[in-house]
Design a protein around this ligand. Structure first.
Ligand SMILES: NC(=O)c1ccc[n+]([C@@H]2O[C@H](COP(=O)([O-])OP(=O)(O)OC[C@H]3O[C@@H](n4cnc5c(N)ncnc54)[C@H](O)[C@@H]3O)[C@@H](O)[C@H]2O)c1
Ligand SMILES: N[C@H](CO)Cc1c[nH]c[nH+]1
Ligand SMILES: [Zn+2]
Length: 430
């Protein structure tokens, strides 16, 4: 990979140590805007036509028939089923532990404020299916939604020309395993627009979640405001902070593992050891030719979005990592927990030699739908919290209102909104 030295200037400028992929969300917006507008205008037929154009297949209908789901589950390889069930169990354990309780506070006698946790009522889950059928993403989207108690769950994944226009059978099988029965054969921006605007086949949703390629990330940005989104979970990124104690073969394997997602995927090594950098490069040279998706991997590793960043020391490595805000950050150094404790910007952090990103992709119990393109500075990885809302439920007794009423009236007068005050005094002066 390209070797760059971190600018010795202020950490704020480290953001530019490694740029994001060439085709970033801004550029893709021009491609997705007309697709979304067309779906808004023409509904399902626009979704089907976009699928024909970009996925080279037109399913008979957008909604996947129940028998196709049942068949897919019946025909699912038992070993894959066992893997999915383990992934579901571990993620469900985490989601149930993270589910927040409603809390009631009595701010004064007879004056109660309840923070009620309420699930979204209808959500649209997106599961990528272009370069690889990401069956694990069905789990990452559906389990937190189900634990949150969302009553209306719809899922979309691209139609596959090899499967008669249905989404990949393992994706359908995972849906059936989880009891998700509202599934659509739609991908990319057109799928998200279908969820956001609704069509004659698919009622609109309150929230869209799930990762995707640059067009999916751009569609999320375009549709924000029409529908809530979880985060821009676009082309995959891995950054690794490693010192000379790291195992170069592990580091190279992890960089390759995420590069195989997408030619636009970013693999970034941040190290204070030139020897480690050289050893990782040698391992990449050895391992990449043996990889099934070596072309896609080489493109990703050779892109401007991938690099080895040479830093002065681990302190500077932490500053560069926090500025870059990777989707996945691995830490393979001495004293990994001390380094992990200083990370503030990352989609998820993987600590130590035996916690590779691939573990989190499938079965760690963490969620693999994570913010990319620097969004980890302000956005979170998908969790049960994304599917819940806080709603204050306020209940005052007459006595409690009398106790605070004059102050409410005073503040209303101060804002020249006297009728606000009158709505209180009509009660307290009776
Ligand atoms: N950030 C995360 O949490 C996360 C998780 C998993 C995967 N990913 C990323 O998701 C992506 C999956 O990408 P994918 O392509 O395999 O599947 P995808 O389902 O995201 O995208 C495929 C869709 O893109 C649309 N499309 C293709 N070319 C287009 C064009 N020129 N204009 C408009 N639309 C077009 C098609 O409709 C197709 O259905 C990868 O980049 C992977 O790295 C990210
Ligand atoms: N690493 C991806 C997030 O960028 C998630 C994933 C799904 N399947 C394999 N990997
Ligand atoms: Zn992955």
């Amino acid at each position: 990979m390209d070797l760059r030295s971190a600018d010795p200037s202020t950490p704020a400028e480290y953001r530019h140590a490694v740029p994001r992929a060439e085709v970033d969300v801004e550029h893709a917006l021009a491609a997705v805007a007309p697709i979304c507008a067309d779906v808004r205008e023409r509904g399902s037929v626009a979704v089907l036509e976009a699928g024909e154009r970009f996925d080279r297949v037109r399913p008979e209908r957008l909604r996947v028939p129940a028998e196709a789901m049942e068949r897919a589950l019946a025909e699912l390889d038992p070993q894959i089923r066992a893997g999915l069930e383990e992934s579901i169990t571990r993620l469900r354990t985490t989601c149930e532990a993270e589910l927040e309780e409603s809390v009631t506070t009595e701010v004064a006698p007879g004056a109660r404020v309840e923070r009620r946790i309420v699930p979204m009522q209808r959500v649209g889950l997106y599961v990528p299916g272009g370069l690889a059928p990401l069956v694990s993403t069905v789990i990452m989207n559906a389990v937190p939604a189900q634990v949150a108690g969302v009553p209306g769950i719809a899922l979309a994944s691209p139609p596959q020309a090899d499967f008669g226009g249905l989404p990949h059978p393992t994706i359908l099988a995972a849906c059936a395993l989880l009891g998700i029965d509202e599934v659509y054969a739609a991908g990319g921006a057109q799928a998200l627009a279908m969820f956001a605007y609704g069509t004659e086949d698919c009622p609109s949703v309150d929230l869209v979640t799930g990762p995707g390629n640059i067009f999916v990330a751009a569609a999320k940005r375009y549709l924000q405001g029409t529908v809530a989104i979880d985060s821009e979970a676009g082309p995959t990124e891995i950054a690794i902070i490693a010192d000379d104690s790291a195992d170069a073969a592990y580091v190279a394997a992890d960089l390759i593992s995420q590069a195989e997602h997408d030619p636009l995927a970013a693999s970034v090594l941040i190290t204070d050891s030139e020897a480690l950098a050289e050893a990782v490069d040698a391992e990449l040279t050895r391992q990449v030719p043996e990889a099934k998706h070596q072309e896609r991997i080489s493109t990703a590793l050779g892109g401007r979005q991938s690099a080895t960043v040479l830093v002065r020391d681990v302190d500077q490595a932490i500053d560069v990592a926090n500025a870059y805000a990777a989707e996945h950050l691995e830490i393979q150094t001495r004293d990994t927990s001390a380094v992990a404790a200083r990370i503030v910007n990352a989609g998820a952090v993987f600590v130590g030699d035996f916690t590779p990103v691939s573990l989190g992709d499938y079965a760690a119990g963490s969620n693999h739908v994570l913010p990319t393109a620097g969004c980890a500075c302000h956005s979170s990885g998908l969790s049960v919290r994304a599917f819940c809302k806080n709603m204050h439920v306020v209940t005052y007794s007459a006595e409690a209102l009398h106790e605070v009423g004059d102050k409410v009236v005073t503040l209303a007068e101060a804002e020249d909104l006297p009728s606000h005050g009158a709505a209180v005094s009509i009660r307290t002066e009776r």
